[in-house]
Design a protein around this ligand. Structure first.
Ligand SMILES: [Fe+2]
Length: 359
């Protein structure tokens, strides 16, 4: 077992903590998008649908995303959906809020260069898949009590720490990803060993700074080791994010940035004998169902997207080839995590959090 206090990782961990406050500029948002960002984090039953529709209609890019979503064959809507209001009434407010969250969060993050193990487009596609899969897993027959919106947000943000490490410690993170890919060891374990901190902890600490609910923060922190949490809502959410993450990774085995992750059958839910997902037949059925839904939905995602990827970004990742579970390396035991307060400063993430009003 490795420790955050290893000689190799400790100095780098201190640099991670010190440099996280470095400020970078945010891409500009339209006035409508800036207002939407204040509305979307509210519970779904408190969102004024009429106001939301008005604001989306003022932003051509967001309108196009919503209409593309509503006209996706996934919904089987026979008529052409040509207005945002009709889209909301036909596919539901929750679905529209989810896709707006994805596109706004993506618009707000700085440019990241593609590297051997990181592609911005693949990162955001994986985040979207994780978010959508997590929400789709929130079904009654799995005894899920977490709210769909919370599952979506936790899934969308589960690897946000990876983006932070890539942005500020690209070379060091790339070496971690390279070692993980070469050795077959889990990335978070290699990150802890080499950097003294892993992307789950980085993401969770940033969500704490943003003031996101504890449930989402803890789920992000433990999304690779949910079984180590005590029984309760946090373990439920963390284990669903781990399962959704495994499904999302199974979709991306051929894409840039692929590193070993816990196989679907070896996730905590997949191995927990009292959970329905430990039944191989039921699990396979649900995984295929979720992957088919992802395949159908993701077609609308990035067509015409004003991507924030670096200019030398090559073609987008290939779509999911077919719904099939992929088993990779086994899960590893937890590693020690060390706390540090990442507060203050004018870092872009802090500014983003202020915009989002998540505190
Ligand atoms: Fe992760």
């Amino acid at each position: 077992m490795t420790s955050a206090h290893t000689t190799t990782g400790r100095p780098l961990r201190e640099r991670v903590i010190a440099l996280i406050d470095r400020g970078v500029s945010l891409p500009p948002l339209s006035p409508a998008a800036a207002q939407l960002i204040r509305i979307l984090p509210q519970p779904i039953d408190r969102i004024d649908m009429r106001k939301l529709v008005e604001l989306v209609q003022e932003d051509p890019t967001l309108s196009a995303h919503v209409l593309r979503l509503a006209n996706s064959p996934f919904w089987g809507i026979r008529q052409s959906v040509s207005t945002v209001g009709l889209a909301v009434s036909l596919i539901g407010l929750q679905e529209v809020v989810g896709t707006l969250n994805y596109h706004l969060l993506r618009q707000l993050t700085p440019n990241v260069k593609r590297s051997a193990h990181f592609s911005p487009d693949a990162f955001w596609l994986h985040s979207w898949r994780g978010a959508t899969a997590a929400r789709l897993l929130g079904r009654p027959d799995l005894f899920v009590t977490c709210l769909p919106g919370q599952l979506y947000m936790a899934g969308l943000l589960h690897d946000i720490g990876k983006l932070i490490l890539v942005l500020h410690f690209g070379e060091e993170w790339e070496a971690c990803a390279d070692e993980a890919a070469t050795s077959g060891r889990p990335l978070h374990e290699v990150e802890q060993e080499r950097m003294g901190v892993d992307h789950a902890e980085v993401g969770a600490r940033q969500l704490e700074v943003w003031g996101l609910p504890d449930l989402i923060r803890v789920a992000v922190d433990w999304h690779h080791r949910p079984g180590e949490l005590p029984e309760g809502p946090a373990r439920e959410m963390a284990s669903l994010i781990q399962f959704a993450n495994a499904i999302a990774h199974a979709c991306t085995a051929h894409e840039v940035g692929t590193v070993p992750v816990c196989p679907i059958s070896e996730t905590w839910l997949g191995m927990h004998k009292d959970h329905p997902l430990s039944d191989p037949v039921k699990r396979e059925g649900i995984v295929h169902e979720v992957m088919a839904a992802l395949l159908a939905r993701e077609r609308h995602l990035d067509d015409g997207e004003a991507t924030n990827a670096a200019e030398e970004e090559p073609a987008r990742p290939a779509p999911i080839a077919a719904p099939r579970p992929v088993e990779l390396a086994p899960a590893r035991p937890r590693v020690t995590r060390v706390g540090a307060a990442w507060r203050g400063g004018a870092h872009w993430l802090t500014r983003l959090r202020r915009l989002l009003l998540w505190s």
